[in-house]
Design a protein around this ligand. Structure first.
Ligand code: FAD
Length: 304
C-alpha cells in the first residue's frame, strides 16, 4: 500500500510529470486491466533521475512500462507500486558510427523494436533479422531478453545506459547475465539507451530474411488481443507442445481463451477481464502438471 504521506510527497516532488489514475489497458497488448494509481511520465534524463531518487527515498516499488506487449495488468489496476512510462523524450534512433564492415546503432529505450529492425535493413546491417515482428520497445526487449528462432537481442548488444537511483551509468553487455526471457536487470534499474554493433550485410538478403521470419510468425500466431507466449519453455521442451497435448487448445474462461492456432497463447476478447486470463493460466498450468509433472513458469509479467 502507498501511504497518504508517500502519496503527498510524490505529488509535491514530481508534480510536473505525475498522472493519477492513468488507464493502462490501452497501453498493453491484452487491452485489459485497470489504471495506475500513480503514473510517472518523465520526458528527460533529469526527470527520470529525480523520479528514481524520489521513489528510492520514499521506499516505493515501481516498474517501467514499455510497449506493454508482455504485461498483464490486474483489473483493479496497479495500486501498490508506481508505474513509469517513458514518453517521447526517449525515442531517438541513430547510426553513431560505420565503416565497411560494421555499423554502431544507438536506440533509446522507447524506440519500437520494429523501427530498429527496419533501420538495420535500410542501412544494410545484419543481426536483427530474426527479431523482426516482435512487438514492443527496445527497452522492453532488453529487459525480457526477447528473441526468436535462436537469436536474442543481447546477441548484438555492445553497451547499455541504465538509470539507477544513484544516477546514469554505462554498462557493457558483458555486465549483464541474461537468461532465457530475462535480461538480468536488477530491481530499480531502468534501461535508457542501448548500443548495437551490427555487421554489414546486403540489404536484399536482409529483406528476404525478414520477410521469411514475418511469414513464419504470421502462420503461427493468432489474431486478436494477446501477449505472445504466456509461459516460458521448460528446459529441453516446448510449453506449446505440453499445453497442446494436455488438451488446452480452446479452453475458455469468460472472454479469455487458449488459441486454437497456438496452445501457449491466450487471446482476450473485448470485454474480458484480467482475472479470467489469470484463472485460465492456472487451469493450463494444472493440466500440464497433472499430465507431465512439469510446472510451467509464466513468461508474461503480471502487475497489480
Ligand atoms: C504478438 C506478440 C508476439 C510476441 N512474440 C515474441 C517473440 O517472438 N519473442 C519474444 O521474446 N517475445 C515475444 N512477445 C513478447 C513481447 O513482445 C516482448 O517481451 C517485448 O520485448 C516486450 O517489450 P515491451 O516494450 O512491450 O515491454 P513491456 O511489455 O512493456 O515490459 C516487459 C518487461 O520489461 C520491463 N521494461 C520495459 N521497458 C523497460 C526499460 N526501459 N527498462 C527496464 N525495464 C523495462 C517491464 O517492466 C516488464 O517487466 C510477443 C508479444 C506479442 C504481443
Amino acid at each position: 500500500m502507498i501511504s497518504e504521506e508517500q502519496k503527498n510527497k510524490l505529488r509535491r516532488r514530481l508534480a510536473g510529470f505525475l498522472i493519477e489514475e492513468e488507464p493502462l489497458a490501452l497501453k498493453t497488448a491484452f487491452k485489459i486491466g485497470g489504471a495506475a494509481a500513480f503514473y510517472l511520465q518523465p520526458e528527460s534524463l533529469e526527470e527520470l533521475e529525480l523520479a528514481l531518487r524520489t521513489l528510492a527515498e520514499l521506499e516505493l516499488q515501481f516498474f517501467t512500462l514499455g510497449g506493454g506487449c508482455n504485461i498483464l495488468v490486474a483489473d483493479a489496476g496497479v495500486r501498490d507500486q508506481v508505474v513509469i512510462g517513458l514518453g517521447k523524450g526517449f525515442g531517438d534512433l541513430e547510426i553513431v558510427g560505420a565503416d565497411s564492415w560494421s555499423v554502431m546503432l544507438r536506440a533509446e529505450c522507447g524506440v519500437s523494436l520494429s523501427h530498429m529492425v527496419k533501420l538495420s535493413e535500410v542501412e544494410g546491417c545484419g543481426g536483427l533479422e530474426k527479431l523482426a515482428g516482435i512487438p514492443g520497445t527496445v527497452g522492453g526487449a532488453l529487459a525480457m531478453n526477447a528473441g526468436a528462432y535462436g537469436v536474442t537481442i543481447y546477441d548484438c548488444l555492445a553497451a547499455l545506459q541504465v538509470m539507477e537511483k544513484k544516477g546514469l551509468v554505462w554498462r557493457s553487455s558483458s555486465h549483464f547475465k541474461p537468461l532465457y526471457r530475462d535480461g538480468g536487470l536488477a530491481p530499480g534499474q531502468v534501461i535508457v539507451a542501448a548500443y548495437f554493433l551490427l555487421g554489414r550485410r546486403d540489404s536484399g538478403a536482409i529483406t528476404t530474411a525478414i520477410a521469411e521470419v514475418k511469414e513464419l510468425r504470421r502462420q503461427r500466431l493468432p489474431r486478436g488481443a494477446h501477449a505472445g507466449s504466456v509461459f516460458k519453455n521448460p528446459v529441453g521442451d516446448f510449453a506449446g507442445r505440453l499445453l497442446e497435448e494436455s488438451g488446452c487448445k480452446g479452453m475458455r474462461c469468460g472472454g479469455a481463451y487458449v488459441s486454437e492456432e497456438h496452445a501457449n497463447v491466450i487471446v482476450a476478447d473485448k470485454g474480458s477481464r484480467a482475472d479470467e486470463v489469470m484463472a485460465l493460466m492456472k487451469n493450463m498450468q494444472a493440466r500440464v502438471r497433472d499430465r507431465y509433472g512439469v510446472n510451467l513458469e509464466p513468461e508474461i509479467k503480471i502487475y497489480s
